[in-house]
Ligand binder design. Structure first.
Ligand code: UN1
Length: 481
């Protein structure tokens, strides 16, 4: 086997005694590489390097930062096919989605390269004579970034790019399961000419590296995407620290998609199947609760089943595959557990839910669709994070809206309708951070804010110009002439 992929600490690739194997979920005989597991000392060294780099980087010019971010964007986009392939190989989303995600990462860097040139402020007259007030933004310091396995390049990109654009230093810990795409991204950024220590990569376990990161008193802000229980621990550690850290959390979803009687069935089926099952349902924005009005219910369910029969589940790298494998054995166990729970609760499995055999050994699961479920069942309340969705039958729009909002989550929501009245009402009254009309709840633009409310998110929004709320601190300066 080749040399292990190393951590980047203070501008140097650093080895470690511990490593783990990055395994292809479409073919468990295919080992992508060996990646080092950092220690608490590695994390401490990375934070010290970030601190040392901060005085120079935080005072770099917008032009300097623009050029580096633009160069990163150019290389990602030039290598999108190769990076997308690596991503699909390690995470299991199909190649078109892998390349799409790599492209999105390149576009995000281009967007934030532009943001470097748009760092504005405000000048406001004071209440007092001869006094002026200036409102400016400054970098926060060292930002700790903890990313999940389901978007191995886009999420690291949408956290690292604004951090750097606003002049922060970064320590990033990617998900243990899929370090390859983040390693490739960090390599690109490193070679784009970033001063040493500005960006540090410490791969390894959440319980070791992540824990040390949230406890380190020289990390000033933590941006985390992952599960609710871990997110709670991150927030608790950030607010228990002295000084308290800024914290931004993106966690789970149990996103409702309403289908009203007046919806176009074809559109609704495409929206539902894409939102619930593409990317193997492994998106926090997945449409896992399908809330369907009684008049369209049977036609919709029947058309969904027909559509699902035609969906090809196979090796993510295989031409024609539309849904890849589940990411690993433990996620597959969780998906199967919830399929059993839904059956035990009285849900009717109308399609899928079976393990599938393919040429290569992998974690293949047929998308599972349940009907006859209620919103009180665990299948409606808990995030599965797999290709499992359930249909809840409702009488009318009011009941649909009440059920859509009856959840501890609030990330994304959707409605399929041809009625302007219901679409408008839903936009206004859905208790979610993102609302989609005749569109899947998953699959977002990169230039606008991303985030939810209630149990799904905490802290300022990610992405777009709104990212500056987290990645910069506001300063108010008063001047007497
Ligand atoms: C998308 O739906 O395009 O972990 C992005 C997740 C989200 C990203 C979803 N943070 O699934």
């Amino acid at each position: 086997m080749n040399e292990p992929f190393k951590n980047l600490i203070a501008g140097r690739w650093a080895g470690s005694a511990n490593t783990s194997l990055n395994i292809n979920p479409s073919n468990t005989n295919d080992i992508i590489g060996e990646y080092v597991h950092g220690s608490v000392e590695d994390l401490n060294d990375a934070v010290a390097a970030a601190k040392a780099a901060f005085p120079v980087w935080s005072r770099s010019t917008p032009q300097e930062r623009y050029e580096i971010l633009k160069k990163v964007s150019d290389e990602i986009l030039a290598r999108k096919d190769e990076l997308g392939r690596l991503l699909s190989r390690e995470e299991g989303k199909v190649l078109a989605e892998g390349i799409g995600e790599a492209t999105r990462a390149g576009q995000i860097f281009a967007f934030f390269a532009g943001e470097c040139l748009r760092l504005g402020g405000e000048a406001i007259p004071s209440l007092r004579p001869s006094v002026g007030v200036e409102i400016t933004r400054e970098p926060v310091g060292t930002v700790g970034i903890i990313t999940p396995w389901n978007f191995p390049i886009a999420i690291p990109a949408w956290k690292v790019a604004p951090a750097l654009a606003w002049g922060n230093c970064v320590v990033i810990k990617p998900a243990d399961l899929v370090p390859g795409s983040t390693w490739a991204l960090v390599d690109i950024i490193h070679r784009a000419g970033l001063p040493q220590g500005v960006l540090n990569l410490v791969m390894g376990r959440g319980s070791v590296v992540g824990q040390a990161m949230i406890e380190h008193n020289e990390i000033h802000a933590i941006s985390f995407t992952g599960s609710i229980p871990t997110g709670r621990r991150v927030a608790a550690a950030c607010t228990a620290a002295s000084p308290m850290k800024k914290v931004q959390l993106e966690m789970g979803g149990k996103n409702p998609l309403i289908v009203l009687d007046d919806a176009d069935v074809k559109t609704a089926v495409e929206v539902a199947v894409n939102g619930a099952f593409f990317s193997t349902g492994q998106r926090c924005t997945a449409s896992s609760r399908l809330i369907v009005q009684t008049g369209i219910h049977d036609d919709f369910v029947e058309a969904c089943i027909e559509r699902l029969k035609g969906v090809v589940v196979d090796d993510a790298l295989k031409c024609g595959a539309q849904i890849g494998p589940v990411v690993d054995q433990s996620q597959l166990d969780q998906d199967l557990k919830y399929i059993e729970i839904a059956k035990d609760e009285g849900g009717k499995l109308v399609f899928g839910g079976e393990l599938l055999k393919r040429v290569s050994p992998g974690f293949y699961l047929e998308p599972a669709l349940f009907t006859e479920t209620t919103n009180g069942m665990r299948i409606s309340r808990e995030e599965v994070f797999g290709p499992v969705a359930n249909v809840i039958r409702v009488k009318n729009y009011d009941e649909a809206l009440a059920i859509a909002n009856d959840t501890e989550f609030g990330l994304s929501s959707g409605i399929c309708t041809t009625s302007l009245k219901y679409a408008t009402h839903f936009k206004r009254n859905s208790e979610a951070g993102m609302v989609m009309i005749n569109l899947p709840t998953a699959g977002v633009d990169y230039h606008v804010p991303f985030g939810g409310r209630k149990g799904s998110s905490y802290g300022p929004r990610e992405q777009g110009a709104y990212a500056k709320e987290f990645y910069s601190n506001v300063k108010t300066a008063y001047t007497r002439a």
